[in-house]
Design a protein around this ligand. Structure first.
Ligand code: ATP
Length: 197
């Protein structure tokens, strides 16, 4: 079974996440994609008005409700502590997942060998599937992919396709919620008054 892994804070989840996951699924013929909310992100401090873990999970459920290939997986929340991707990939391997594709956007690829714990091991455990967060990201993605292929012998798949440029930060700051989240996610954010909505 070919399994995609999309880790993130999902604070909130948005159509950019779903778009990247779908592009990777279609390009690589993935059987499914696991959406894995982080417990504590090691390299990002969560803003003061952050949604709770339960709320982030509920929003992910709503984001993927119509997609039969997409699943919420709460293993990082269940593990507790700082969420290191290498630990997550090891746990998935131990569960019998032996064909893993780690879906990342431009920002995550560029910081891969600088910020991530045990990048060599991650590169052994999964193929990186890289989506551009903006259309003009490709030159830097290609440079970085070439470097990681040679230094870490990483397997990297470049997922070409139109970008959907949006971030959770923009949405928390009052960005166009209904344009970049499905109605069920927007309704939940408004009903719970998350992020000041
Ligand atoms: P924040 O703005 O709070 O930092 P974010 O929008 O970057 O959040 P995350 O949940 O941290 O969202 O991202 C999870 C993963 O999804 C990362 O690998 C990130 O690069 C990728 N990603 C997020 N938004 C997009 C997008 N619009 N297109 C492609 N990949 C994306």
């Amino acid at each position: 079974m070919k399994t995609g892994v999309l880790g993130g804070t999902f604070n909130p989840p948005h159509l950019g996440h779903l778009h990247a996951a779908r592009l990777a699924k279609d390009a690589l013929g993935l059987d499914r994609v696991l959406f894995i909310p982080t417990n504590i992100p090691p390299h990002k401090s969560l803003p003061a008005n952050t949604a709770t873990a339960d709320e982030r999970c509920e929003m992910v459920r709503r984001l993927i409700a119509d997609e039969d290939w997409a699943f919420l997986d709460t293993l990082e929340l269940a593990r507790g502590g700082a969420s290191y991707t290498v630990d997550t990939l090891r746990a998935l391997r131990a569960r019998g997942e032996d064909d893993l594709y780690l879906i990342v956007g431009t920002d995550m690829l560029l910081s891969f060998d600088r910020l991530w714990r045990a990048p060599e091991e991650i590169a052994r455990l999964a193929t990186l599937a890289v989506c551009a967060r903006a259309a003009d990201d490709w030159a830097q993605i290609e440079r970085k992919a070439a470097q990681l292929r040679s230094t870490l012998r990483a397997r990297i798949a470049l997922i070409r396709g139109a970008s959907l440029t949006v971030s959770s930060t923009e949405l928390r700051q009052g960005g166009a919620l209904r344009r970049f989240t499905p109605p069920a996610v927007a309704a939940y954010i408004e009903q719970k008054h998350l992020y000041g909505f």
